[in-house]
Design a protein around this ligand. Structure first.
Ligand code: AMP
Length: 219
């Protein structure tokens, strides 16, 4: 590995639904010039395609609300990382979410001379997650996020598309994904804690407060 690659820092961002991963990812990406690898959004894109793979992914993420297979995660991460300039750090948002994915993700990074510098964990209770997700809307065309207000337009001010919710953002969907997070992803958090690279943050703090902590601790 050359010196420039060793100095490039790569991060993993984990947290239950509604913990604010996307908000922090956007801020970190801008502040640290990182490339954002949004695994959930890559999978949702694949799930919209009319291919066999797309239909299978749709079934797992939108109907069953479970995790997709580990091999697919390794492929998605590797595929996205491949296109990123080697002098730019990456922020992997949403993987590994299962202990058996740790090797997949580390191998995908290692194949491009990268390793994980820090793992950020945004910690949130189920109650708070359900409360936050119930007001989370987005433009179904351009994906611009919206927070539900009393008087809200049903068309996007950016592209005129219809505003709605993610298919897995129902209260039951959040509860199921939270349960999956606690059973499948908690061991991943514990693993990185043992490796002493975990940064646990209380996701009830305001977005700017969280961001300030992150900038002090990881930049
Ligand atoms: P997210 O946008 O992060 O909430 O992810 C949406 C959905 O994609 C999740 O509920 C899972 O079904 C799937 N997914 C995202 N990341 C992973 C992962 N690392 N492993 C397996 N499934 C995932």
């Amino acid at each position: 590995m050359n010196t420039s690659l060793e100095s490039v820092k790569n991060y993993v961002l984990l947290g239950p639904p509604g913990s604010g991963k996307s908000t922090q990812a956007t801020k970190l990406k801008e502040a640290l010039s990182l490339s954002h690898v949004d695994v959930g959004s890559e999978l949702r894109k694949l799930a919209e395609s009319e291919t066999d793979l797309g239909k299978r992914i749709h079934e797992v993420i939108n109907i069953k609300k479970e995790l997709v297979s580990d091999g697919l995660i390794g492929c998605v991460v590797e595929h996205v990382i491949k296109g990123i300039e080697s002098d730019r750090g990456v922020l992997i948002d949403g993987a590994p979410r299962r202990i058996s994915q740790v090797d997949e993700v580390e191998a995908a990074l290692a194949s491009h001379g990268r390793k994980i510098a820090r793992v950020i964990f945004l910690d949130l209770s189920l109650e708070e997650a359900v409360k936050r997700i119930s007001i989370r809307f987005l433009c179904l065309s351009c994906k611009k996020p919206f927070i539900k207000k009393e008087e809200m337009s049903f068309t996007c001010d950016q592209c005129g598309g219809e505003i709605g919710q993610r298919q897995d953002d129902t209260p039951e969907g959040v509860a199921k994904r939270y349960e999956v997070f606690m059973s499948e992803t908690r061991p991943v958090i514990e693993y990185f804690e043992e490796q002493r690279i975990l940064l646990r943050i209380d996701a009830r703090l305001l977005p700017d407060e969280i961001f300030d902590i992150l900038m002090k601790k990881i930049a």
